[in-house]
Design a protein around this ligand. Structure first.
Ligand SMILES: [Zn+2]
Ligand SMILES: [Zn+2]
Length: 374
């Protein structure tokens, strides 16, 4: 055996050993970082109005600590991913179907969610749902200190206990057919609790239902307008989030804090936003519209001699605009989009544009009217 032959054999053996070692590493553990999914927060585009910040809030949802199917931290992560600012987990005081499998009490969902809320800068409001037959039906209590103390047989005493804890109490899903099969009506006990200043708001929207008549009650009785998901499922499984944001309450707060949310609710500075609808007081809706839409008159004319007005929607809202100005069309202004109104200035000279926003409601059957000066 010559020296060159021996060297070649040695090299082949060495390469086999190295290759075998490499192959063994691959068999043990191959990392696939391309399968990691970053959690990213969606931006909800809504304008601030006047001196207030617009906070995106959902004040009604459930976890495994009542009849929901998710752990409390999931509610925080969903809210962060979907672009919300504040949530309240409002598990039923009276319904615990998972109790044979899960220990804890009516304060547990808040305690478990709080560290995640701190990590993701979500305002977590301590809440609970007082869940009784109609009347009074179901009511949510926000900003409570001890949910366990709401477990009182007499429903009115439970509501009064929430009030003693400094709660903002609102009436949930008043038109829910399981409790009001024929109509959506207010009972004497609701009137009394409103007059006493204990019920301070009502859901005009819940889950997939909206109750126009309730918007009228809120406006007439100066109550906060509330709209919530009441989600029990995984939110992304329940709502078509690629089409619409989840139903929510927009709150106009002086600061992005829990105290800011409470002060705004107590001052009735809120509107409900669900699907393509926005509902609330005329002045708040008008301020939102004016903040979201830029209007400008184009210089010159198009090729057919039309004058042009450009409307740009800098928000995620949808505006279905019915024009009351002669010579101008009705149209839908889509989210984050621009529409051009073309008109004959010599036939219909314009100094202002009057629009009815037919999917924005200011009362049971009244829609928002706006006037845009040109
Ligand atoms: Zn309920
Ligand atoms: Zn509920």
């Amino acid at each position: 055996m010559n020296f060159a032959y021996q060297r070649n054999i040695l090299m082949i053996v060495l390469m086999c050993v190295l290759h075998t070692a490499e192959a063994q590493n691959d068999v043990n553990n191959i990392q696939l970082p391309e399968l990691h999914r970053d959690i990213q927060r969606k931006t909800i585009r809504v304008p601030s109005i006047e001196k207030y910040i617009t906070l995106k809030c959902d004040f009604h949802m459930h976890t495994v600590f009542s009849d929901g199917i998710v752990w409390p931290t999931t509610r925080v992560l969903e809210a962060w991913e979907e672009g919300l600012d504040a949530i309240a987990i409002t598990d039923h005081i009276e319904s615990h179907p998972s109790k044979p499998f899960i220990s804890g009490d009516d304060n547990s969902s808040y305690q478990l969610a709080l560290p995640a809320a701190q990590d993701y800068n979500i305002i977590l409001i301590k809440g609970a749902e007082i869940t009784r037959a109609m009347p009074p039906g179901h009511l949510n209590a926000l900003f409570i200190t001890d949910a366990n103390k709401l477990d009182i047989p007499d429903p009115i005493e439970a509501i009064r206990e929430a009030h003693r804890q400094g709660a903002f109490v609102f009436w949930n899903h008043p038109g829910w057919t399981a409790q009001q099969p024929d109509t959506c009506r207010m009972f004497d006990i609701h009137r009394q609790l409103i007059e006493e200043g204990i019920i301070k708001g009502i859901e005009v929207f819940n889950e997939m239902e909206w109750y126009p008549v309730v918007l009228g009650w809120c406006i007439d009785k100066n109550l906060a307008v509330i709209g919530n998901s009441d989600v029990h499922d995984i939110n992304d499984h329940y709502y078509p989030l690629h089409l619409y944001h989840r139903p929510m309450t927009l709150v106009f707060a002086s600061e992005r804090t829990e105290a800011g949310v409470k002060e705004a609710l107590l001052s009735q500075r809120s509107v409900a936003w669900f699907s393509k609808y926005v509902t609330g007081k005329q002045d708040l809706l008008n301020a939102l519209f004016q903040g979201a839409v830029n209007v400008s008159r184009a210089n010159g004319k198009d090729s057919r001699g039309n004058s042009m007005i450009t409307l740009t929607n800098n928000s995620d809202f949808i505006f279905e605009c019915q024009s009351a100005t002669p010579g101008t069309p009705s149209f839908t202004l889509q989210p984050n989009a621009t529409f051009i109104i073309r008109y004959k200035e010599d036939i219909h000279p314009l100094s202002a544009l009057s629009l009815s926003i037919t999917n924005w409601y200011t009362h049971a059957s009244q829609c928002l009217k706006v006037s845009l000066s040109l």
